[in-house]
Design a protein around this ligand. Structure first.
Ligand code: SAH
Ligand code: SF4
Ligand code: F3S
Length: 510
């Protein structure tokens, strides 16, 4: 594209943009559409288990390096593992040093405005690298690339970007890169509709102790504040046999802990029309696999059924820690959030879970300052938090997301009030975490050792079954093992302990 065309397309800062950019591009140009992403069609989700890198692309990355920066949730991090897998398959080598990379990818998150701002900031930092090395390819992928407004902003303001591809287009990376090398124009490929299920994608996993396993993709809940159903498409579950095989394979390769992933894992299996098989059934099958620990995230209270509770109560490698986002303690706010449960229903679910699994630890997510939230309604969140006895929470100030129903509501809580509420909530969260830690003093816990502590390389760190961070001194050979640690000191967010010895029988007896 020449200067004249760029000007006409509004791609030069300060000029009026012509909305139809496509005519200026010969290369791939499939922009996102939130309107399309909102539709939930009846079309069958296509299932492919024959992913292969086309022969013509093999060796594309020889002598080249890639660097990926990940901004989002665990699913986003797991996507990074798949992207790294494909790039490695193309012959690229990974590097931690952004300056020596030939391909830089930002795997982005759209959940809140500040997550997006971090990405735009990072793009600004990358500009000098691009000026130094015009052959460098910079790509934006992940949830932000599914948003029209983001793609338009990048087109207008960030001409250092060479490619934008969506969450449903990861398997297309070889083609997208090829296009980017050939055309030298910004390549945009973002499919807005559903996305298929593609098995056999290569992965370069982060570490060899804990592994993420997707069990489903997408979300159909459409909570009014949330962008995820638009950026991740329709709920679609992986076939049980594929998941079981992946977990078996990981167990055989020595992994100690599996985190099953989905935006709403309790909806697992709802989309199968040939089998009656839900999350409870999957957990019941997975618990028989010879692997010490299995967790899942995130579960939506609405679909948390009795069968699942019964199966979790069997224990073994199914851990007694459940992350159960509540978002608010006020039934009225829950209603306008479209969470589809009331405070009372949530409390009822919690008491059912506690009855079946008396040792359970519950953690949650909470949003403060949702439109119209009164002081009394916020107090209800605090009282619910205490009543449940949550041991940890991720807490957020409400952030309007363009295209969601809540963004049309008046964001009428002043920022000062939102911040004050967040602070009060966080004080409660910290206090209750500290309380929950106290009884550990003097007890012996099982810790999966992950590596050196972040603060002191002479100290090792790992997590208990209930996901409490434990620091202790022990030989480095203990990394990757499950060990007994006697707790000496309980802090607000971590425990300090004394190494006792390796747990001989890591595997659980059923
Ligand atoms: N699927 C998960 C949530 C994924 S997003 C669930 O429903 O439990 C992680 C958390 O981000 C949410 O639980 C919510 O607390 C928060 N969040 C989502 N959208 C938000 C927004 N617009 N503003 C502030 N926080 C938000
Ligand atoms: Fe977002 Fe709600 Fe879906 Fe969670 S369940 S991803 S909060 S729409
Ligand atoms: Fe963010 Fe997308 Fe995850 S919006 S929280 S990266 S699903």
């Amino acid at each position: 594209m020449n200067e004249e065309q760029r000007l006409q397309a509004g791609l030069i800062k300060g000029k009026q943009a012509d909305k139809d950019y496509s005519k200026y591009f010969e290369a791939v140009y499939t922009p996102p559409s939130l309107k399309e992403a909102k539709k939930r069609g009846k079309e069958e989700i296509e299932y492919h288990n024959d992913f292969q890198i086309e022969e013509r692309f093999l060796g594309m990355g020889t002598n080249h390096k890639f660097h990926i920066r990940t901004f989002g949730c665990q699913m986003n991090e797991h996507d990074t593992e798949v992207i790294a897998g494909i790039l490695t398959g193309l012959g690229y080598e990974s590097t931690d040093n952004v300056k020596e990379a030939n391909v830089i990818l930002l795997n982005t998150c759209a959940i809140r405005e500040n997550a997006e701002n971090r990405v735009f900031g990072e793009l600004g930092h990358l500009k000098p690298l691009k000026l130094e090395n015009p052959d460098l390819l910079i790509g934006v992928c992940g949830c932000m690339s599914q948003e029209e407004s983001v793609v338009n902003k990048i087109l207008k303001t960030y001409d250092q970007v060479d490619m934008i591809f969506g969450t449903h287009n990861i398997h297309r990376i070889p083609n997208i890169l090829h296009e980017a090398y050939m055309s030298k124009e910004m390549v945009i490929e973002v499919w807005s509709k559903e996305g298929d299920i593609i098995e056999n994608l290569p992965k370069v996993r982060h570490g060899n102790i804990k592994a993420w396993v997707n069990i489903m993709y997408g979300c159909d809940k459409f909570c009014t504040y949330c962008i995820v159903p638009y950026t991740r498409g329709k709920e679609r579950s992986r076939r049980p046999e594929d998941i079981i095989q992946e977990v078996r394979h990981l167990a055989a390769n020595g992994y100690k802990e599996i985190m099953l992933l989905g935006q709403n894992v309790n909806a697992y299996g709802k989309d199968f029309d040939d089998i009656e098989y839900r999350l409870g059934d999957l957990m019941d099958d997975l618990r028989k696999i010879d692997i010490p620990r299995i967790r899942f995230t995130t579960s939506h209270p609405r679909d948390f059924d009795d069968h699942l509770i019964q199966v979790l109560a069997k224990g073994g490698n199914l851990l007694d820690h459940i992350h159960l986002p509540v978002q608010s303690g006020s039934s009225d706010i829950l209603k306008i959030m479209a969470r589809k449960y009331s405070r009372e229903q949530f409390l009822e679910l919690v008491s059912k879970i506690k009855k079946a699994i008396p040792t359970v630890t519950l953690t949650t997510d909470i949003i403060v300052g949702f439109p119209n939230e009164t002081d009394e309604q916020f107090e209800e969140t605090l009282s619910l938090y205490k009543e449940v006895g949550f041991e940890m929470a991720y807490t957020y100030i409400y952030s309007p997301r363009e295209g969601t129903p809540a963004a049309k509501m008046i964001d009428n809580i002043p920022m000062e009030v939102k911040k004050e509420r967040l602070q009060r909530l966080n004080e409660l969260v910290n206090g209750m975490s500290a309380e929950a830690m106290k009884p550990y003093k003097g007890k012996t816990v099982k810790v999966l050792v992950e590596g050196e502590s972040k603060r002191n390389p002479e100290v090792l760190a790992g997590y208990t079954e209930k996901n409490k961070l434990v620091n202790f001194r022990a030989p480095r050979e203990m990394i990757g093992k499950i060990v007994n640690v006697k707790i000496i000191e309980a802090k607000t967010w971590s425990l300090d302990g004394e190494f006792i010895g390796v747990v001989e029988k890591e595997k659980v007896t059923l």
